[in-house]
Design a protein around this ligand. Structure first.
Ligand SMILES: [Zn+2]
Length: 76
C-alpha cells in the first residue's frame, strides 16, 4: 500500500515541478538577484583602495604637487 502512495506522490511531485518549472526558475532568479545586489552593496560600502597620484616637484618653489595641477605659489 505504501509503495502505491509513494509512487503516486513521486509522480505528482515530478508533474508539479514540470508544471511550475518557469515559476520555480523565476523565484530562483529573484533570490539570486537579491544576493547579487547585497554583494554589490557590500562591495560599495567597503573602503576603496586609494587612487595613486603622481607628484611632481614645482619648478619654481620645489614643493610636490599633483601632476597637471597648478602650484599654489603660482596663484599668489
Ligand atoms: Zn610652486
Amino acid at each position: 500500500m505504501f509503495k502505491v502512495l509513494f509512487t503516486v506522490a513521486m509522480v505528482y511531485g515530478v508533474w508539479f515541478v514540470f508544471k511550475h518549472w518557469n515559476r520555480i526558475t523565476a523565484a530562483h532568479k529573484v533570490v539570486m538577484d537579491e544576493k547579487r545586489r547585497e554583494a554589490a552593496d557590500q562591495a560599495a560600502r567597503a573602503p576603496r583602495t586609494p587612487v595613486a597620484q603622481d607628484l611632481v616637484p614645482c619648478p619654481k618653489c620645489g614643493s610636490y604637487i599633483a601632476a597637471g595641477s597648478p602650484c599654489s605659489c603660482e596663484k599668489a
